[in-house]
Write a protein that binds this ligand. Structure first.
Ligand SMILES: *[C@@H]1O[C@H](CO)[C@@H](O)[C@H](O)[C@H]1NC(C)=O
Ligand SMILES: *[C@@H]1O[C@H](CO)[C@@H](O)[C@H](O)[C@H]1NC(C)=O
Ligand SMILES: *[C@@H]1O[C@H](CO)[C@@H](O)[C@H](O)[C@H]1NC(C)=O
Ligand SMILES: *[C@@H]1O[C@H](CO)[C@@H](O)[C@H](O)[C@H]1NC(C)=O
Ligand SMILES: *[C@@H]1O[C@H](CO)[C@@H](O)[C@H](O)[C@H]1NC(C)=O
Ligand SMILES: *[C@@H]1O[C@H](CO)[C@@H](O)[C@H](O)[C@H]1NC(C)=O
Length: 650
């Protein structure tokens, strides 16, 4: 009897499964009932943003699982074009850039996907995700019908969108909706033909069924240029505002259909030199509750922010680059750790939807490896191609280099026995210039902040100007953000000419170990004008992970006691920029997978301004505690503390 019953049960279960499999998967907008329809049932999503480009691949599963356990039924991610097409027609979709694997993981874990493939994404990402090589056509009008721009977009989308198509919900995948462009209503161009072109392009590659949408700031002003018939208009706004009024703005563009907040801000971004942004969990919980109460779909931006490894951070204007951490004060920290905000959000979601049972995966363990003892100076920067001779300065674009550092070298044309101004009268230093004469550091020129310093030197002395790109503007009208010396430097009233320009591939040199083991540099004379400065220098050191402790390596944070500003690598992995002297970020996140227990780990620093070595502590430290809210060196000229919508950044 018992056996028979069991058999019957199995049979009917199998039947149900078969029926479900056979039923068409649909995801649509129900304009009559103001909601989404998934497989014919009313549906709303509660989603969180996670950018795979800011998290090492080995941690994707951990982060997605934590999102699932918070009660989310979807995630939202951007696709950064410049991450996948670093050089025209060369596509990278492997390792940390394996978008298909990421989408499959989300799907396997039980999360739907709201996909934002750009082409422009903003995202506090270099140039808003647009490849810097687009600037090869110097007068290109980005995000418009400019044929050169459109040509590149068509090619890229012709690669990306067919890859996405099998992941659409209708085709058995997790992708329920696809965003076209990003907050286009905040951009000056207001080119409807461009949006129309994108719509046709997306439809051509993805088919007629998928829900395409736009996102704009929650006011009629933004929606005017951002929305287009055929694209479902959604809005974005953060906690603390009037939810009814914000959705009323969406209703201006979409009188019917689901209410959607595509970016509900759980925290906010940072800039170097401005205080770390925090948003209280209680404010997030309160507004989230109001959003869910009116039946809206929502995406929490960010649910986990992650890290701008390497050179990937963007910038706002007046020029203000974002730091390496993109922690965002999100419910999961940069390192994927659980916070009070995580649990506060889960408690709100629980009021409206079932939150999965079972334990939430724990925070990843951290290990403090202690201080590095053996940092030794290494030699010069490395230029593989040798210098280019030029009368007037060239840009990074001219050199076909898109990130990092370029060295400009010339001779002083005249005797400067008295302090003489070296200036960039047209504010053409993009973005920082480390200036030395005959190997003696004299000062730093900085875009929008310091356009002139004094130098001294004999006629014929070697003038070195190392230019650092601090990240391209990712928002607003100035996204055509060229890097390098973008205008002439003057010495007194003379325009400097006859440069040798060295394109530098430092990452290549670091990962080939070319900078390791170099012996100490010759002792430099102390600079005359500013005794706290030294010329940009590489430092290398090693540390071994202690044996006998189980489960190492673990995540850690690297701290730079006494160091000023630079770039840090471990075993060739570019951790990003450090700048504890300006703040607010003090430590950098070190994911465990870059560390090795098998061989000594190699730490390389490029210190650009001043090292602590003469003070006797030439070390870095590994700690378990991130510090993202250190003191800031200068008060912000412009503090934006409105969390309501991104348009306020204008
Ligand atoms: C930029 O244009 C120049 C000249 O047209 C060409 O030689 C170079 O390869 C181009 N670079 C890129 C990245 O397209
Ligand atoms: C929120 O906005 C709505 C619609 O504009 C308005 O009726 C309401 O009074 C506002 N609520 C508050 C608390 O300001
Ligand atoms: C440069 O030196 C001149 C004197 O020669 C001085 O008046 C001026 O303030 C100095 N400028 C800076 C930026 O230090
Ligand atoms: C530098 O000045 C020269 C002569 O005035 C001008 O032709 C050139 O375009 C300038 N170069 C830059 C990069 O501004
Ligand atoms: C560190 O560099 C040394 C010398 O280049 C190399 O032998 C070693 O494998 C490197 N360590 C790691 C963990 O890559
Ligand atoms: C910085 O953050 C830590 C932990 O997040 C907190 O304990 C500390 O009070 C904060 N410090 C400041 C100055 O806000």
């Amino acid at each position: 009897m018992a056996l028979r019953l069991l058999a019957l049960f199995l049979c009917s279960a199998a039947l149900t499964a078969k029926l479900t499999l056979g039923a068409p998967r649909t995801f649509e907008i129900d304009y009559k009932n103001d909601c989404f329809h998934k497989d014919g049932q009313p549906f709303r999503y509660i989603s969180g943003s996670i950018h795979y480009s800011r998290i090492p691949r080995i941690y994707w599963k951990d982060r997605l699982l934590k999102m699932y356990m918070a009660g989310l039924n979807a995630i939202q991610t951007y696709v950064p074009w410049n991450y996948h097409e670093p050089v025209p027609n060369q596509y990278v979709f492997s390792g940390d850039r394996d978008l298909e694997y990421f989408l499959q993981l989300a799907s396997d874990i039980g999360l739907l996907v709201v996909l934002r493939p750009g082409p422009y994404i903003c995202a506090e990402w270099d140039m808003g995700g647009l490849p810097a090589w687009l600037l090869n056509k110097t007068d290109i009008v980005l995000r418009s019908s400019d044929p050169d721009y459109i040509g590149a977009v068509d090619k890229w989308m012709g690669k990306l969108l067919p890859m996405i198509k099998p992941f659409l919900y209708q085709n058995g995948g997790p992708v329920i909706t696809v965003q076209v462009e990003n907050e286009y209503g905040s951009y000056f161009a207001c080119d409807y033909n461009y949006l129309r072109h994108l719509t046709r392009l997306f439809r051509y590659h993805l088919g007629g069924e998928v829900v395409l949408f736009t996102t704009d700031g929650a006011s009629v002003g933004y929606l005017k240029c951002g929305s287009l018939q055929g694209l479902y208009a959604t809005v974005d706004f953060g906690p603390g505002g009037n939810v009814t009024a914000a959705f009323a703005a969406q209703r201006y563009a979409e009188p019917n259909g689901p209410l959607v907040n595509s970016e509900f801000y759980t925290g906010w971004l940072d800039h170097w030199g401005e205080h770390h942004s925090v948003v209280p969990a209680s404010a997030v919980a309160k507004s989230l509750n109001e959003i869910l109460e009116v039946g809206a779909s929502v995406n929490l931006y960010m649910f986990i922010g992650g890290t701008n490894f390497g050179y990937w951070n963007g910038a706002n204007t007046p020029y203000a680059p974002q730091p390496t951490s993109y922690d965002y004060d999100a419910p999961l920290t940069e390192a994927g750790d659980l916070t009070d905000k995580y649990f506060a959000i889960r408690d709100v979601i629980r009021l409206y939807s079932t939150v999965p049972e079972g334990p939430v995966p724990p925070s990843t363990p951290k290990y403090a490896y202690g201080a590095l003892k053996t940092l030794s100076e290494a030699l010069d920067v490395v230029s593989f191609s040798g210098p280019v001779k030029t009368t007037y300065p060239l840009s990074f674009t001219d050199l076909n280099q898109h990130f990092g550092f370029v060295l400009y070298r010339t001779k002083l044309p005249v005797e400067c026995s008295k302090p003489t101004p070296l200036s960039s009268p047209l504010n053409g230093v993009h973005d920082r210039a480390y200036v030395s004469v005959d190997g003696v550091a004299f000062g730093i020129l900085e875009r929008d902040k310091c356009l002139s310093i004094n130098i001294t030197g004999k006629a014929g002395s070697q003038l070195d100007v190392l230019i650092e790109s601090m990240g391209r503007v990712n928002y607003g009208k100035d996204i055509n953000d060229f890097k390098g010396l973008m205008s002439n430097l003057t010495l007194g009233s003379k325009v400097l000419t006859d440069w040798l320009v060295f394109s530098l591939n430092i990452d290549e040199a670091v990962s080939q170990g070319l900078l390791a083991g170099s012996q100490s540099q010759e002792v430099l004379a102390m600079p005359i004008s500013d005794t706290s400065l030294s010329t940009p220098t590489f430092y290398g050191g090693t540390f071994s992970i202690p044996s006998g402790i189980p489960d190492l390596p673990q995540d850690t944070y690297i701290e730079f006691p006494g160091w000023t500003k630079g770039q840090a690598w471990i075993n060739g992995f570019n951790l990003g920029r450090y700048w504890p002297k300006r703040g607010p970020q003090v430590t950098l996140y070190v994911p465990a997978h870059v560390l090795s227990t098998a061989a000594p780990n190699n730490v390389t620093l490029l210190e650009l301004e001043a090292d602590p070595c003469s003070l006797g502590s030439c070390t870095v430290k590994f700690t378990t505690n991130p510090v993202l809210n250190g003191t800031v060196a200068q008060t912000a000229a412009h503090a934006f503390h409105s969390f309501f919508h991104r348009g306020d950044l204008l």
